[in-house]
Design a protein around this ligand. Structure first.
Ligand code: AMP
Ligand code: ZN
Length: 284
């Protein structure tokens, strides 16, 4: 591990931010921070870029407390991370939205990861927009995109490739523009970077993920890392190829949910359907 690696890593991140115009003057960026290494690296790259370029751009960290046993500990780590970077932190607890992930997933017999995903996507967009964010930054990395790409394309789901962009805009004004600074960066690199910088981050995997292991995801991940061993810069090269493909596909623009008015492709959004279910089980 060398200072040279860290320097190159940061320079590469800044170049990516610049090339894809992730940050612009007068932006108010919400950075979704989970406590993990990827969103921490995202926050570091954005903050250091704004400071380096003296950009007039406001960065605000945002954390969603999922109300699990481990959540208090995670929230404290996120607080330390944002204090270290001098970022304001907006915290939201999903219980204030009447959601209990464990209960819903047990009663619906649906994996907690899929229920959690619905709630996170919904609240990240809603809270960012209600706080006047111009963009929402997430720590999705090249591994996440590559696994998603191979899983979906091999099951014939092509249209989703339209979402594979470092800057994802929508015609629906209620959808906050997404930015993904780690679009071409692998998970092993962010780990190496955070460890070198001696940053504190959540190392324990999600307790529910261990119980309900996504076997295909793990196999794809192994395969992608195996290819990366003999094909230099595989992840970066493949992601720039996917970015070119993504222009060939178009997703239907979301309309607004009949109940809550948030963006969705259905009449009633997935979050409202969970809430309706939660209300029903709470009464029974
Ligand atoms: P995941 O869906 O857990 O793979 O996380 C993908 C990205 O979503 C992370 O890199 C974060 O930017 C964001 N994220 C995940 N969980 C949270 C959370 N509890 N609070 C805020 N942002 C989150
Ligand atoms: Zn809704």
């Amino acid at each position: 591990m060398s200072v040279e690696f860290a320097r190159r890593f940061i320079k590469r991140g800044w170049k990516f931010i610049e090339k894809h115009k992730l940050l612009e003057e007068n932006d108010r960026i919400f950075i979704a921070m989970s406590g993990g290494k990827d969103s921490l690296t995202t926050a570091y790259l954005l903050k250091s870029y704004v400071d380096e370029k003296n950009l007039d751009c406001e960065l605000v960290a945002f954390h969603l407390n999922l109300n699990f046993e481990i959540s208090k500990e995670i929230e404290e780590i996120v607080k330390k991370q944002t204090d270290e970077f001098g970022l304001k932190l907006v915290k939201v607890n999903i219980k204030d939205y009447g959601i209990n992930l464990v209960e819903i997933s047990e009663k619906l017999r649906r994996s907690i990861c899929s229920v959690c995903g619905v709630v996170k996507r919904y609240l990240m967009n809603k809270v960012a927009r209600e706080n006047n964010a111009t963009k929402l930054a997430t720590g999705h990395n090249a591994d996440d995109f590559l696994i998603f790409f191979f899983k979906n394309v091999s099951s014939g789901n092509y249209d989703l490739i339209a979402k594979f962009k470092p800057v994802l805009k929508s015609d629906n004004v209620k959808m906050v523009t997404r930015i993904r600074p780690l679009f071409e960066v692998g998970g092993e690199e962010t780990k190496r970077f955070c460890d070198f910088m001696q940053f504190e981050y959540v190392k324990k995997p999600c307790p529910f993920f261990i119980k309900k292991i996504d076997v295909k995801r793990i196999e794809w991940e192994k395969e992608i890392n195996r290819i990366s061993q003999f094909e230099k810069n595989f992840k970066k090269k493949f992601m720039s190829a996917i970015l070119k493909f993504s222009d060939c596909f178009k997703l239907e623009e979301p309309k607004n949910c009949k109940l809550c008015g948030e963006p969705t492709n259905k009449e009633i959004c997935a979050f409202c359907r969970l809430k309706l279910f939660q209300n029903r089980i709470s009464k029974s």
